[in-house]
Design a protein around this ligand. Structure first.
Ligand code: SAM
Length: 392
């Protein structure tokens, strides 16, 4: 189930199991857990497998769509019936529902006319067959979302939005059938049986109006500063699924995005010691980057305070976080996070380093953002940190 949809920066599922073991060893019984940046639902699924109530939050609707599809056990027979109906409906729908000429310019950029019409028909077929109120919609929209890159001109396997002029995009309907079959068998194999509750919301975690339940443990991985631009990476899905008409709108509210004017000097005075040192180095090189990093650090300081409020008295928070670099300046996200946790009231902080084996073999990224072993490419870190805070 963890492979039903590509998602950048997902963390390995075993981290959740280890976190639960660690909590148990420390005498904490976990009845409800959360992932406040739940991405594609790695923790959501693991919580379900362990029959633990779960609350997840992500600002990106593509992420929450995948997380919802992942954390539900579907009835195989109904999935197969729906799939047959969708395929029949595709055949009977008019081939040109809305004209290519009037389509969103961004979609025209990624798709040729034939593929555009096929995708449009497939989406309509799903909407005609699977009721909007049914949880089965998530399953089929998730399958739909995962074939959008392969059937476009997007450079294969690249994490950066880049056209490959030589690419032959795959057929829409055959890719969809394959994807559904794969997801149906993954769903069948998944050992999710319990009656625990899963709630996943699409929201900015820092938005104070979001209702955040009390939990015993938070396991999460925040965006890293100067790392992925999630909104850009999911532009095909967010445009096709109608979440936005301009994919850049989804950047607003993301951790670290400069979405409103603020006084830089005033904001800087609220940074903790680690952040102040890093920002002071950055200012000398690039003032606008220093502003963005300041915003990121301040957001993360708010995140740790919000985690503290959400946790039960003895609760635990576990972050997976990596360090980054900008123009030779090391940005120690992990150190900043530990200091923020202490500043928010957490009593005990534990930090451990984890080697990432795949990245050790290919410790660079090429100009397309792909892992590479070419020493001339951009260096990436082959390690990340597990930072744990305990309330008491
Ligand atoms: C490192 S990824 C999490 C990946 C996740 N652990 C998984 O396995 O899929 C960070 C996530 O934070 C989300 N995010 C960024 N800003 C957010 C905000 N203000 N509120 C909620 N989610 C946010 C991004 O959309 C992204 O999915």
């Amino acid at each position: 189930m963890h492979r039903i949809h590509a998602y950048p920066a997902k963390f390995p599922a075993f981290i959740t199991t280890k976190a639960l073991g660690y909590a148990r060893q420390g005498g904490l019984s976990v009845n409800r857990m959360a992932d406040i940046f739940c991405g594609c639902g790695t923790v959501a699924f693991e919580a379900k497998r362990n029959n633990i109530d779960f609350w997840g939050c992500d600002i990106n609707p593509v992420a929450t769509l995948i997380a919802r599809a992942k954390s539900k056990k579907y009835i195989k027979r109904r999935l197969e019936e729906y799939l047959d109906l969708i395929l029949n409906s595709f055949d009977s729908l008019k081939s040109h529902l809305e004209s290519y000429v009037n389509a969103n310019e961004r979609l025209k950029y990624w798709y040729d006319e034939d593929k555009f019409y096929d995708i449009q028909r497939l989406k309509s077929a799903i909407e005609v067959v699977v009721p909007a109120s049914s949880e089965y919609r998530y399953f089929f929209l998730c399958a739909f979302s995962n074939i959008l890159k392969a059937s476009s001109r997007w450079l294969t396997k690249s994490i950066k939005p880049q056209v490959d002029p030589k690419k032959k995009p795959i057929g829409v309907l055959s890719a969809f059938k394959e994807q559904c079959k794969f997801m149906i068998s993954a769903n069948e194999e998944s050992d999710v049986t319990g009656s625990s509750e899963t709630k996943i919301v699409t929201a900015n975690f820092l938005d104070e109006s979001v209702d955040k339940p009390s939990v015993d443990m938070i396991v999460t991985s925040p965006p890293y500063v100067t790392s992925y631009e999630y909104a850009d990476l999911h532009q095909l899905s967010s445009l096709w699924l109608g979440y936005v008409s301009d994919y850049r709108a989804l950047r607003n509210g993301s951790i670290g995005s400069l979405y409103h004017q603020h006084s830089f000097e005033k904001e800087m005075s609220r940074l903790n010691a680690t952040a102040s040192k890093i920002v002071a180095c950055l200012i000398k090189r690039d003032k606008s980057k220093a502003r963005a990093v300041t915003k990121y650090f301040l957001d993360m300081q708010r995140v740790t305070r919000a985690c503290y409020s959400m946790l039960s008295d003895d609760g635990l928070v576990l972050f997976v976080i990596g360090n980054t670099e900008y123009k030779g300046i090391r940005i120690d996200n992990a150190k900043h996070l530990s200091e923020s946790l202490l500043g928010s009231g957490f009593k005990k902080i534990l930090m451990t380093k984890r080697k990432i084996t795949r990245k050790i073999l290919t410790p660079y990224r090429d100009k397309y953002g792909q892992f590479s072993s070419d020493g001339n490419s951009k260096k990436i870190y082959s390690e990340e940190f597990i930072v744990i805070g305990r309330k008491s």
